[in-house]
Design a protein around this ligand. Structure first.
Ligand SMILES: Cc1cc2nc3c(=O)[nH]c(=O)nc-3n(C[C@H](O)[C@H](O)[C@H](O)COP(=O)(O)OP(=O)(O)OC[C@H]3O[C@@H](n4cnc5c(N)ncnc54)[C@H](O)[C@@H]3O)c2cc1C
Length: 204
């Protein structure tokens, strides 16, 4: 294919952490890779709104892609025991890259993408944090950020894994879709890239 970007063999759509990891991996194997990104710059969506935790993968069903692709790392966090039927891991504490202590995230289903923070949730957050940090006072907490998880699992539904597939069966050979790359997508991104590289190799 050719155009303003010149000739290319592979297009990576979406410059979040997963697309960047995939492009980095593929660039070691192939020439002629382009990025297609709807925003002006990389990392403007989910990847810049997460907890920065390198997950150990222990919360995901053994053998699932989420567990398998999740690399071991340092867990700079305190996790509460997850509740039955949970859709997230609970409001936990992490030390972010700037050295701040961050609490969150809570989880609620939304039907549109809006990154505005609901400051009315402060009381709920304080009560959740108090279960493992009883001395916390409301004034010590300030609103931070909101992220949107691309979840496949609807309210009350059982665990759903990452979906990674080459779309020949749908009449689109060479298209590799990555769907539902929610947590632990940041941790899993190098392994996701490796997985995609093996699918690309089979296509070319
Ligand atoms: C609150 C929260 C906390 C999290 N905490 C953790 C954590 O602690 N540890 C962890 O491992 N994971 C965590 N995650 C999950 C992790 O952040 C995501 O799995 C990961 O960032 C997904 O990366 P991505 O590249 O797939 O998506 P994104 O970063 O959203 O990138 C997708 C890109 O595609 C672009 N795009 C979309 N549509 C188009 C289009 N039609 N054309 C061109 N470009 C397009 C978007 O603009 C965007 O740049 C968390 C997620 C959330 C929301």
């Amino acid at each position: 294919m050719s155009g303003e970007a010149g000739e290319f063999r592979i297009a990576v759509i979406g410059a979040g952490v997963v697309g960047l990891a995939v492009a980095e991996r593929l660039s070691k194997l192939y020439r002629g890779i382009v990025f297609l990104e709807k925003n002006d710059s990389f990392g403007q969506e989910t990847s810049s709104r997460n907890s920065e935790v390198i997950h150990g993968g222990i919360y995901y069903p053994p053998g699932s892609l989420k567990a398998t692709l999740c690399r071991e790392g340092n867990l700079l966090l305190v996790y509460p025991v997850p509740s039955e039927g949970r859709v997230g891991l609970g409001i936990h504490a992490t030390i972010d890259l700037a050295g701040r202590v961050r609490f969150g995230p809570d989880v609620e289903y939304v039907d549109r993408i809006d990154y505005a923070v609901d400051e009315g949730k402060g009381v709920f957050f304080r009560e959740a944090v108090r279960s493992y940090l009883p001395s916390i006072v409301h004034a010590a907490l300030e609103p931070d950020q909101c992220g949107i998880r691309p979840k496949l699992q609807g309210p009350g539904e059982p665990f759903r894994d990452f979906v990674i597939r080459e779309e020949s069966d749908s009449g689109l050979p060479g298209l590799i879709n990555l769907i539902g790359i929610e947590s632990p997508g940041l941790t899993a991104s190098p392994a996701l890239a490796e997985h995609v590289a093996s699918l690309v190799e089979a296509c070319l």
